[in-house]
Design a protein. Sequence first.
Length: 305
Amino acid sequence: MTWFWIALIGPALYAFANHTDKYLISRYFKGGEVGALIIFSGIFSVVALPVIYWLAPTTLAVTPVRALILAVNGSLTVISVLLYLYALRQDEASVVVPFYQTIPIFGFGLSYFILGEKLSVWQLVGSAVIIIGAFILSIRLEENGGLRFRGRVVGLMLAASLLYAVNGVIFKLLALDSGFWQPAFWTFLGKAAIGVLLFLLIASYRRQFLAVLKLNRGFVLGLNSGNEVATIIADGVTYYASLLAPVALVLTVNGFQPVFVFIYGVLLTLFLPRIAQERLVGPLLAQKILAIALVFAGSVMIGFA
C-alpha cells in the first residue's frame, strides 16, 4: 500500500491549488480572464526540466516520435486545466472539483482497451456511486427555492476529466518500458511548450498575461509560483504512483481531493473569509456534504475493490 500514501499527496496539494486558483481568479483575474493563469501554469513547468535532467541525464535519449507523443500528451493536461479554470469561474471550488472524480471512470475504459487492466464488480458499482454524487452537485439550489442544472460546469469538467484520463493512460503506456523520468521530462516540456504557444497565438491571453505582470507583479507571481510548485509536485507523485499500481486505481485516490477542498474551504471561511467563502448554510451545505460523501465512497469502492 506504499503507492496509496504516495498518491494521497497529490489530492492534498491539488486541493491547495484549487483554492489558490479560485482566489486568483476572484481577486486578480476578474471578468473570467483565465488566460494569464493558464499561460503561467504552462510556462512554469519548465522549472522541472533541469531538476529531472540532473536526476536522470538519459531523459534526452529518446526518438523524435516518442518525444513528440509525450510532449503532446503533456499539453493535454494544460488544456484540461484551462477547461477547469473556466468552470471554476462559474462556481465554488467545492462544487467544481468533485467532478474530477469522473476521471477514474474515463480511465477505466481507456486502461481496459489500451493497457488491458481489468475491472471488478465493486469498481463498476463505485463508478455508479460517483456518477450519482456528481449528478447531485450538477443541480444548483437557487435562493428562491428553484433548481437549475449546472450544464456549463458539468460539460467543462467532463471534458477536462477525459483529457486528464487520456494523459494518465498514455503516460503509463510509454513509461512501462522506459521508467518514470524520461516520460516525465517530455511531458513537462510539452506543458511548457503549449504555454508558450498560447502566449504567441491567442492575443487576449497574451494581453491578460502582460497586464498581470504589470499590476500586482510581486504578490501575484509569488503566489502563483508557489501554486505551480505544489501542482508540479502533485503531478510528479501521481505519475510515479501510477507506475506502482493500475492507473485507474491511482486516479481514484483523487477521490480525497474534494474532501480536502471542502475541509480547506470550511477552514478558510471560518478563519480567513477574505480569501475564500463557501456557502455553508441550510440545504446548500447538506447538498455538498451528501454529494462529496458519495463521491468519496465511490472512490473508496473503486480503490479498494
